[in-house]
Structure formats: C-alpha cells, structure tokens
Write a protein of this length. Structure first.
Length: 318
C-alpha cells in the first residue's frame, strides 16, 4: 500500500507543553514508534505541520534586531529541516535501520491571486491572552484570531496547486525509501513570468498539501492522525453524530469547523476524487483505525452516502 500519513500538531507538540527540543523529540519518538509497523511493510510518506514552530521562529527572529527578520518562506524551510531531521532519525531508530528514510525540503506551488491572501486564517505560533495579543498585533502589525479561549497570530493559507518535488517522492518510494516531506504544507512558492519559483509569505495548510501530494503520487490512502476518535456532525452539541464512513459528495455537502476539521474534510475530498481514500482518527489507536474499529473513512463513492456510528458503537445507515 502506498500511504501518506499526515501528523497533526499533537504528534509534535501537545497543548500546554513548552516548545523545547526535548519535548519535540519525545513526542516524535513515540509517534514514530506507533508508525513503525505500518512503515515496515508499506510505501509510506510522512507529512507534518509546523504552525507552533514557525511562529516561534518568527518571534525569535523579531527578538534579534541587528538584522531584518527572515521572511515566512525561509522560516518554513527552516522548520522542515528541524522537524524533518527529528522525524527521519526517530523513524529510522524505530525501524532499527531496516529501511532508509529521507527528509526532503518541499515546495508547494500556490496562486499569488488566491483570495486567502486577503483573509488570513492559518494559526501559527504560541497562544496569547487577549491583552498580550492586542499588544503583539499593535507592535508587529499582525492579524490575530481566537483559538479556543486564547488568541494566536494568523497568516494567509493559500490553496496548494501542486507539490514541486512529487516526482522525486514517487521515485524514492519506488526505490524502497520512506520519505518525510511537505513539512508545514511545504514552502509556498509562485511562478514568475519566466517560470521561476519565488517564495511567498504564507503557510500552506498541512492537510491540504498532504492531499495534493497523495493525488500527485497516486497514493492509495491518506491518513490524517488527530486527537479525536471520529469526524462528527454538530460536534460538541447534544445533536452530535459520529461518521464511520462517507462518500466525498456526502461530506462535501456538510459544514465543519473552519479552523480545524473543515481543512481535513476538504483534503479528504480531494484524495477521494482522485481515486484514493482517507482515514481520520487518533494516533494512539492507529491499529484500530486501520482495522476500521475507530475513526472516519472518506471514500470516492458509497451507496448509503454516510454510515454513522451508533450510540452502542455499531453501524447504522444514514
């Protein structure tokens, strides 16, 4: 099976933990140990987010004022190297060196006229109180948005058109190498009038870029690992219903939380319409997710449209 595994933020940094190298390595180590069985026998690509890390690097840049702060595209590349190195090393360790693992700095083509540049939505960096957020917004001219009960910086998140290194990733897989790539959605680039790639000041959504990669390399499955058991309709309300399996068309007609689940659903739809399937579920129950005992599966077509999880843990047709 050719599979793309998209690691959510909980696989790298847990909410409330300091963003230290020690915590990063500890979290990545446990994640890679959970993925080792899947990686041992399949063509696997690991992608990952970078929101907290790229935001932290941006803050660290601002603290040193003798030189101009590095732009977001370079910071995005820096996080790919930083996180990719740790994932590559810990996955290789988890596999006891049985398979080669290569981390690839990846770029993602976006449209410079994407409306996302006029409406920043991508959360990056640490959380702030309302007062600290207001002060940061005034000092650095940031756009700030609410994240749960706290506040964070938001930046543009344009739609990924293509992954530039997708042919290379495909060749690595065909050669038996596992790949770590599309970190933080890949560094966003645009094509200039001469066809050259130029960095763009944005952060591409990791799930959207993972879906673009999965389609580009003809992956059988995209796995998006989260800290939730299912994709749910009316999440957090008395009317909540958990989805076991759904077709691309059925979930496309539904609405989910814009800043969290909707990007995952959009990514799943992209993969399904390219002929693949998507699994969305908890990292700590990966075996159960693969065995379809937990989690949500999005497929190209399904006669019932949606199969819900019943209150007793069984299945019932929509």
């Amino acid at each position: 099976m050719r599979v793309v595994v998209a690691l959510g933020g909980n696989a790298l940094a847990r909410r409330g933990e300091p963003m230290t190298a020690e915590y990063l390595r500890s979290n990545v180590k446990s994640t890679c140990e959970a993925l080792a069985s899947l990686a041992r026998d399949n063509e696997m690509v690991i992608t990952h987010g970078n929101g907290p890390q790229v935001g932290l690097l941006a803050l660290q840049n601002l603290a040193y004022q003798d030189v101009a702060a590095y732009p977001l595209d370079i910071l995005g590349a820096e996080t790919q190297g930083m996180i990719g190195y740790v994932v590559q090393q810990e996955l290789s360790n988890a596999l006891a060196g049985q398979r080669e693992v290569a981390a690839v700095i990846t770029t993602t083509v976006v449209d410079e006229n994407d409306p996302a540049f006029d409406r920043p939505t991508k959360l990056i960096g640490p959380t702030y109180s309302a007062q600290d957020a207001a002060e940061a917004a005034a000092e650095y001219r940031w756009t700030i948005a609410k994240d749960g009960k706290a506040f964070r910086r938001v930046v543009p998140s344009p739609n990924p058109i293509a992954i530039v290194q997708a042919p290379l990733i495909r060749r690595l897989l065909e050669d038996g190498t596992l790949a770590v790539c599309v970190g933080g959605g890949g560094v966003p680039v645009r094509e200039d009038a001469k066809g050259r790639h130029v960095g763009v000041q944005a952060v591409v959504d990791k799930d959207a870029a993972s879906a673009a990669l999965a389609a580009d390399i003809a992956a059988d499955t995209l796995i998006m690992l989260t800290d939730g058991d299912y994709v749910s309709e009316n999440w957090g309300t008395p009317e909540q219903r958990d989805i076991l399996t759904a077709s691309a068309d059925a979930v496309a007609a539904m609405k989910f939380a814009e800043g969290s689940m909707q990007p995952k659903i959009d990514a799943a739809i992209r993969v399904a319409r390219a002929g693949g399937r998507t699994l969305i579920g908890p990292l700590d129950r990966l075996d159960d997710l693969l065995a379809r005992r937990i989690g949500t599966e999005i497929v190209p077509t399904l006669p019932e449209g949606i199969v819900w999880v019943s209150d007793k843990g069984g299945k019932k047709a929509a």
